[in-house]
Write a protein that binds this ligand. Structure first.
Ligand SMILES: O=c1ccn([C@@H]2O[C@H](COP(=O)(O)OP(=O)(O)O[C@H]3O[C@H](CO)[C@@H](O)[C@H](O)[C@H]3O)[C@@H](O)[C@H]2O)c(=O)[nH]1
Ligand SMILES: O=C(O)[C@H](O)COP(=O)(O)O
Length: 328
């Protein structure tokens, strides 16, 4: 059975994007500034459509979104060009706060975005979504704009899995189902009502996002969720059903490496909570195997993640809250 606070939270804080149409979100916006951030590594195929959709529907038709920023996360394809042509401001991850030793991955892209955006509310959207529509943004904004006690809104949805051209409607989210959900239920049962803890689409108040650490790589979502519930409590979090989300499904081996990063992130939080005594796991190396003509070849990967301190602490040591020109 769920902890009673989780059951009550689930009933109170779960809504649908249908409950938050764009005109209602616009009416609730008031003086708040809203930034949409798209972290992107090699997403030339999908990013143009996402940027155009947000620009046309939520900037031109309904002036809900004030800035639309793509953080180019070391792409080797035309992501930056395509996103710029579609109407986004594109900033290269490594050019932001360039005096700091660079970290890597999605978490780093999101953390750096806080230094080059000005919204009071920030909406993060993955750039590989194949069925993106404006309700992804309006749905995530609804609960935060309508209720000052909500600080963080996670997306939830059905996740199809497409393998060799065959679509299984609800078999996606493999890391979520096999790793993240069991871990969360075991160690943070109060969070067990979060339908998609790893969802890459979420909205947060700047005042909150600047005051939590960001883990680099794929540890960022689970790290944020655990740290944010500590800070604002369950009731400061809401979730919104966006329907169905389709993206390019990664290989099992890639998801194994993602899982390693998630485990390393969780390890640190279990340690901080006093639930384990070792600060570091015995190893952060992951051996995966390839079969060759003569047997198995191990491929060694380091799944260690590091974390950035709260952005507010970093910006406080700088002359102005936004990075100086030329040193984005
Ligand atoms: O070095 C990187 C790698 C990825 N991305 C972007 O991050 C987003 C999500 O990456 P993806 O590889 O598509 O992750 P998923 O397989 O979709 O993983 C799911 O689970 C991850 C772990 O929680 C989350 O980070 C994702 O948002 C979530 O969709 C995409 O826009 C990527 O372009 C970067 O910006 N930098
Ligand atoms: O969020 C997850 O669980 C991983 O990104 C895997 O998702 P997929 O199984 O839909 O590719």
């Amino acid at each position: 059975m769920w902890p009673s606070e989780t059951a009550a939270w689930f009933a109170r804080r779960t809504s649908s994007a249908r409950d938050w149409p764009a005109p209602d979100a616009l009416a609730a916006k008031g003086d708040s500034r809203i930034s949409v951030v798209l972290p992107a590594r090699d997403e030339a195929e999908t990013i143009g459509g996402i940027v155009r959709s947000i620009r046309e529907s939520l900037m031109d038709q309904f002036p809900l979104v004030d800035e639309l920023v793509v953080i180019d996360s070391r792409s080797s394809d035309d992501t930056a060009l395509v996103a710029t042509s579609a109407g986004a401001l594109v900033v290269a991850q490594d050019e932001i706060l360039a005096d700091l030793p660079p970290l890597w991955g999605k978490g780093e892209a999101l953390w750096k975005s806080l230094a080059v955006t000005s919204g009071d509310v920030i909406v993060f959207i993955d750039s590989d979504i194949r069925n993106f529509a404006p309700h992804f943004v309006t749905g995530l904004l609804g609960p935060i704009l309508a209720d000052p006690t909500v600080s963080y809104v996670k997306a939830c949805y059905d996740r199809p899995l497409t393998e060799h051209g065959t679509v299984s409607p609800c078999e996606g989210g493999r890391v979520t189902e096999i790793l993240a959900r069991p871990l969360i239920n075991m160690c943070w049962p109060e969070l067990s009502g979060i339908l998609q803890p790893l969802a890459g689409e979420y909205a947060g108040r700047r005042s909150l996002l600047e005051n939590v650490p960001f883990v680099c790589g794929y540890g960022v979502e689970i790290g944020l969720l655990i740290d944010i519930v500590n800070l604002v409590g369950l009731d400061g979090i809401a979730q919104v059903d966006l329907g169905v989300r389709e993206h390019a499904n990664q290989s099992s081996a890639a998801l194994g490496r993602m899982s390693g990063q998630i485990l390393d992130t969780v390890w640190t939080r279990l340690y901080r909570r006093g639930l384990i005594t070792r600060q570091e796991p015995p190893s952060t190396e992951l051996a995966q195997f390839t079969r060759t003509a003569v047997g198995y070849r191990p491929n060694h990967h380091d799944i260690r993640v590091t974390e950035r301190p709260p952005m507010a602490d970093v910006l406080a040591t700088r002359p102005s809250s936004l990075a100086p020109e030329g040193e984005l």
